[in-house]
Design a protein around this ligand. Structure first.
Ligand SMILES: NC(=O)c1ccc[n+]([C@@H]2O[C@H](COP(=O)([O-])OP(=O)(O)OC[C@H]3O[C@@H](n4cnc5c(N)ncnc54)[C@H](O)[C@@H]3O)[C@@H](O)[C@H]2O)c1
Length: 385
């Protein structure tokens, strides 16, 4: 079996987790780490037993010649760093969400296509054993025909929930439904419609966002509809984080952090008086583990496995850059629909951020990117200006 040389850019929590996953894969060798922060870089080197440590990406690429680079930095840096890795023709796994704008996503997808390499977005939940099991059960007719998907975030403030968690949820919806044709959304703050003065820079470099409560409705081919809701909960509760697949004969529900639990409801109509009919779907050890690791313990390993399989088989990654761009279209379409007060067709013609356009059209200043933590940002957002 061929061994692939992997490197990590960004040694924060996500980079470290992906380093663990690379080390756990028999066809991957973790050869180098890169971080601007010397302390983090050294600590990650010690933790993973990696000696090749670089503060500079270009030097790492030139000296280590990796086959796969994982980019685990803040979202505002994804586009630029991905392009730098794609330039010499190296495969990329970039953290979610793919980019801050569709224009940025377009450049990333085009660069990967030109280089003829893989660009994957770290939407690992779409690769979970539970999602695979749900697909198998659907193919075997467990829920009849899929008619609707209902989903919600775990309770972050609306716009931040949409970009941070919605990216995973919408990717899973695409996994089951394909690419949406249109979006109709409502974005509100308290009891009123969101307005341009509500537009802010979101925490952790996630770009422009607006709205406390977001309700999005998407139409897919074959008459399947999906809804996705993001509003603040106190406290945040992962039980709310889920995707329900509603069919003509039953329901499958992916729940919990990372959608790591699957439930089945074997009836045409869900009614609270029949709550005892919900059954957890148990997966065998073989179905739920990879190289001795459970998905709950090391979900990132499933991303590494998918990349290795794609490189061996010469096929596109299941959570590819192209799919990550569809997901970003679904996020941007929410704001475009709110701005225009109507359904919007996908893909969007406008590639810059719809909220930036809204600000510019109404003569407002675009707030500068500002890196704050969610906890510090939350008390300030949504206050009337
Ligand atoms: N897939 C998931 O389930 C999941 C979960 C949480 C976060 N994320 C995503 O992961 C990403 C990173 O999250 P995190 O919490 O680890 O971030 P973090 O900010 O804690 O760590 C990022 C690291 O990148 C380094 N860095 C920044 N610019 C660099 C550069 N040019 N070259 C080298 N290193 C550089 C920083 O110094 C920092 O150590 C975000 O995009 C976030 O949305 C994904």
């Amino acid at each position: 079996m061929r061994t692939y040389r992997a490197a990590i850019v960004g040694c924060g929590p996500r980079g470290n987790s992906q380093a663990e996953a690379c080390k756990a894969h028999p066809a991957v060798e973790l050869v180098a780490l890169c971080d601007l922060d010397e302390q983090r870089l050294r600590a990650a080197g010690e933790r993973h037993g990696v000696r090749a440590l670089y503060p500079d990406l270009e030097t790492m690429l030139a000296q280590e010649q990796p086959d796969i680079v994982h980019i685990a930095t803040r979202t505002d840096l994804h586009s630029e760093l991905t392009l730098a890795v794609l330039r010499p023709g190296v495969n990329v796994v970039v953290e979610k969400p793919l980019a801050l704008t569709l224009a940025g996503a377009d450049r990333m997808v085009a660069a990967a296509e030109e280089a003829g390499v893989q660009l994957a977005v770290h939407h690992q939940w779409s690769l979970s054993p539970q999602q695979r099991k749900a697909k198998e059960m659907m193919a075997a007719g467990a829920i009849g025909e899929l008619r609707a998907v209902q989903s919600s975030g775990k309770g972050y403030y609306g716009c931040y929930g949409l970009m941070n968690i919605g990216t995973h949820i919408l990717d899973q919806i695409c996994n089951f439904c394909g690419e949406p044709e249109w979006c109709f959304a409502s974005v509100t703050v308290g009891e009123r419609d969101m307005a341009p003065d509500d537009i802010v820079q979101m925490p952790h470099g996630m770009g422009l966002g607006a709205g406390e409560r977001i309700f999005a409705h998407y139409a897919f081919p074959a008459g399947v509809y999906a809804t996705s809701e993001y509003f603040p909960r106190d406290p945040i509760d992962v039980r709310a984080y889920g995707v329900d697949l509603i069919g003509t004969e039953g329901i499958l529900s992916l729940r919990g952090a990372g959608q790591g639990v699957l439930y089945y409801y074997p009836d045409k109509v869900w009614a609270p008086q029949n709550a005892d009919r919900w059954q957890p779907v148990h997966l065998s050890e073989e179905e739920s583990t990879l190289y001795g690791h459970s998905f709950a313990a090391l979900s990132d390993l499933w991303m590494v496995e998918e990349m290795v399989n794609c490189l061996c088989e010469g096929r596109e990654h299941a959570t590819s850059g192209r799919r990550g761009r569809v997901v970003l279209e679904m996020i941007m379409a929410v704001y475009e629909s709110q701005r225009r007060g109507m359904r919007v067709k996908l893909p969007l013609a406008e590639r810059e951020h719809p909220l930036q356009r809204w600000l510019e059209e109404t003569g407002r200043r675009v707030p500068a990117l500002e890196i704050v933590a969610y906890r510090e940002w939350l008390p300030q957002v949504g206050k009337s200006k």
